[in-house]
Ligand binder design. Structure first.
Ligand SMILES: Cc1ncc(COP(=O)(O)O)c(C=O)c1O
Length: 444
């Protein structure tokens, strides 16, 4: 198939430079296991699990079969004032996998919706307890919580925010970023030990400025994924939990990327041994095959909302989506989680993560323009020196070049991010690392 065989005039592509896309389009028409097939018949290795989604690899029969079966049984049913058997089952499986008393699952359809859902739960929860004045949210610089107004407001990626500034949520502050490019540019599967405590800023400036009694929630990604795989210093996540506990502030983990196996365990919460009050998920829960997201809440949040002083027939939380708990998406989630368990894929992600970490550090440390490499779990980022006056161009050029050499990676600012499916083999890791390394050399 030539790309002249299809009309590219009508789709406005998301997070893509549309003006140049058509000059050199990337069009996928098939996928199997670790690989895509392009419109002109080339095989391209999926080095980013199709944006952190496809943990179990592409075109997995058990997931496809479960979806087909569900379509023939219950295609869709309204989500309000009713539910379906698959939504109950998926919620139970997810709650069973989540740590502590994270037991109540509110379904939505994406990570962006999960972010806004969690922020709304936080406000509603505090109000139900008579603390409606708690309405300040704290995010973190370079955080990513999707593109809806709530998530964008607590998010901290400047390019995603700058056009929408006037309409971002008003009572939001941001903690400082968690990267030390001088002492910890290279992180090889360890938690960096910082001499200073970055959370002193939260305690001594941000909480003081707003007064802790006004703060509804802190939201963070355990590891900053979309910004380019930035790993917090040792002890950071635990201390964040302690600070939130001390002041009655809800702690939300956005685990849209770190959830469901990327770190070799169920969630980032397990990796860090910290139970948040809410945990957002999406992407890998269905292997990316059907959109599904959600927020897992601790029991006390649900209980407070149920005990609100309202009549029994009244809805307790005025929120939800037409497709919350969609039976086909939930059937996909059930099949995905069963498959991940059956093939022990989370543990495999942990093991292959070590191989990936070694490969990225061994092949790329010391190459021209490489200024940092960070690996943990089955993911890594190679940071490149910015071209003066052209931020992001080097990573973009290398991404395009890698595509032409059969490897799909992700440019994120000045980073090349690599996060393959959990089924990845050592030979794939070698191919990805060598291809990126060669491309970095070509662009020196
Ligand atoms: C941490 C995090 N939160 C939210 C989102 C947004 O998810 P979606 O694109 O499904 O809305 C993403 C997407 O990458 C993410 O990484």
């Amino acid at each position: 198939m030539a790309h002249t065989d299809f009309n590219m005039d009508n789709q406005w592509l998301p997070f893509t430079p549309n003006r140049t896309f058509k000059q050199d389009p990337r069009v996928f028409v098939g996928a199997e296991g670790m690989h895509f097939t392009t419109h002109d018949g080339k095989k391209v290795i999926d080095g980013i699990s199709s944006l952190w989604c496809v943990g179990a690899g592409h075109n997995r029969r058990p997931i496809n079969e479960a979806i087909k079966k569900q379509l023939d049984t219950l295609d869709y049913a309204t989500a309000f004032q009713a539910s379906n058997d698959k939504a109950f089952k998926a919620a139970q499986m997810i709650a069973d996998m989540a740590p502590g008393d994270l037991n109540k699952v509110l379904f939505c359809n994406s990570g962006s919706e999960a972010a806004d859902t969690a922020l709304k739960v936080a406000l509603a929860y505090h109000r139900a307890r008579g603390e409606g004045h708690r309405n300040v949210f704290i995010g973190r610089e370079k955080g990513y919580h999707g593109v809806n107004f709530g998530g964008m407001s607590v998010g901290g990626l400047p390019a995603n925010r700058k056009v929408y500034g006037a309409q971002l949520l008003p009572r939001v502050d941001h903690m400082r970023f968690i990267h030390d490019p001088v002492n910890h540019a290279y992180i090889h599967h360890e938690e960096p030990v910082w001499a200073e405590d970055p959370l002193l800023e939260l305690e001594n400036r941000i909480l003081v400025l707003h007064d802790p009694s006004n703060i509804a929630a802190v939201i963070v990604e355990p590891i900053a994924g979309s910004a380019g795989w930035y790993i917090p210093p040792k002890g950071y996540v635990k201390r964040l939990r302690e600070i939130c506990d001390k002041h009655g502030i809800l702690l939300i983990f956005d685990e849209v990327i770190t959830g469901f196996g990327r770190l070799g365990v169920n969630f980032g919460a397990d990796f860090y041994g910290v139970v948040p009050d809410m945990l957002n998920f999406a992407k890998a829960v269905t292997n990316g095959v059907i959109p599904l997201g959600g927020v897992i809440c601790r029991d006390f949040i649900y209980d407070a909302m149920m005990n609100a002083n309202s009549p029994q027939h009244a809805i307790e939380f005025f929120h939800g989506y037409t497709y919350s708990g969609h039976p086909v998406a939930c059937a996909a989630a059930i099949a995905t989680l069963d498959l991940m368990k059956e093939e022990n894929l989370f543990a495999r992600a942990g093991q292959k993560g070590r191989v990936l970490g070694d490969a990225l550090h061994n092949t790329m440390k010391g190459l021209p323009n490489v200024v940092g490499i960070r690996t943990l779990g089955l993911a890594g980022a190679v940071e490149l020196a910015s071209i003066p006056g052209s931020p992001g161009k080097r990573a973009y050029d290398i991404f395009m070049d890698c595509f032409h050499h059969g490897v799909w990676v992700r440019p994120a600012g000045e980073n090349i991010v690599i996060c393959p499916p959990y089924i990845v083999e050592d030979a794939h890791i070698d191919q990805i690392a060598q291809t990126v390394a060669d491309s970095i050399r070509r662009h020196a």
